[in-house]
Design a protein around this ligand. Sequence first.
Ligand code: NAP
Length: 305
Amino acid sequence: MNYDVVILGGGPAGLTAAIYASRARLRTLLVEKTFPGGQLMMCAHVENYPGYLGGPGMELSEVMRQQAEKFGTESKIAEVARVDLLGAEKAIYTTENEVIFSKAVILCLGARPRRLGVPGEQEFLGKGISYCAVCDGALFKDKILVVVGGGDTAVEDAVFLTRYASRVHLIHRRNKLRAQRIIQERAFANPSIEIHWNTVVKEIVGTDNVDHVTIENVQTGLPAKLPVDGVFILIGNEPNTKMLEGQIELDEAGYIITDENMQTNVPGVFAAGDVRRKALRQIVTACADGAIAATAAEKYIESLS
Ligand code: NAP
């Protein structure tokens, strides 16, 4: 299989890169592990993407997918086992032992939920512990939940989870939330949310399912036991860049370093979206990255002839 551009990852960055690349009449393949959408699929309600008044992330990503397809993007559901990006011809090896060749690659690999690293986290995964409120929230009707984190995801999803849960304990390690002010205000105004400031989760405990969490106030050192039915760990993300080590320049946290044209240190390899080192990770910035990366890839391919 030979392509002009192969895009790895089908979140907003990948889908936008696909729209731009296929519209530029490049033979474009989008490779996605499960289904297109990326982290956008986990957003219950998107309201800050310009031109979209508000709705589920799934809806927005489906429109992007259809748009890419309309312009001729081919797509493939496959897991990438390894990549060989250093030569003029880029090679993508799937776990099914297929090899895909292309002139340019756009890495839109996104990021995965960060683990908390406390006892019980591994043991109760799927038995009360979740990293996705949209996926699992409805399982906790009239239950008591813990949400860990203080960023946009944790605070926004704490509010979302009150649609189902009778009480949501938001556990944050500092005395100030990182989330945007408008999101914070909604949490403060919600009577079903109780915020535990300067507090960390030490252990998640249960028998078959989660039964309680042990928390500790980091200022006083005082421990407490919080009976809960579920724990949502929403403490940020880590980039999916393990397989790029040794080929593509990464920063100390593993994010891909690019220039303003989304060019990595390797000619013909571009990166876009949350996988890239950048200041603002939003749908709109992921899309912007994708458009820039595809345009830069087009220029790169032109320069080859
Ligand atoms: P984030 O912004 O990195 O926030 C992570 C939160 O988890 C922080 O409050 C952090 O605490 C806390 N945390 C990190 N490690 C922890 C640990 N080991 N133990 C306890 N707490 C820990 O991640 P995010 O909220 O998932 O957001 C990711 C990106 O998506 C951000 O750029 C965000 O703006 C964006 N996003 C935007 C929207 C929106 O615009 N509506 C919605 C969701 C996400 P500290 O504050 O103390 O560091």
